[in-house]
Write a new protein. Sequence first.
Length: 174
Amino acid sequence: MALAEFTAALELSIMNIHDAVEKNGHYGILMGNLRRQGQYFNLSSLVERVAPGRLVDEIIKIQHNCVSDRREYRGNIVKIAHEKLLIFKKNKDSLFFLAQVDKRAASWVGTTWRAAIRRILQGGKVLHLKEINQLIAPYAGSRSNQHWEAKVRQVVQDARFFERVSPGTYRLAA
């Protein structure tokens, strides 16, 4: 899986976890980091930036019995030997946080329109474009695109992710 695809899936799963928790409840995400082709990706830091809710605790855990422990690497590379358990507190629904999520993640990766629309259509929802636009309006306000409704129309045309049920009505593709 490409890193961009992983990031979009990660954002969606974090929002799902957040929405499954009762208001004022807590949830934890265990996330390690990644080194690919000599480049270091701080995925645990990404989670901190994109997760809705307030970070209330961080537990750093040593990783044991990793597959990479048996590998030999060229050069002076320090092996990644830890992961973080990040504890968040839910205050509001995840869609409320999409604008804040986008600002937090802007330094590394922006929340995509596709991820936001997929989030809205989850759970087997079949929605008309007007309903999608109403639900995505808080997120759209955080974007620089003045023609965001046209952007939403463009995104839902991607048959890999969305299915047109009838004119102007969409759901997630199977």
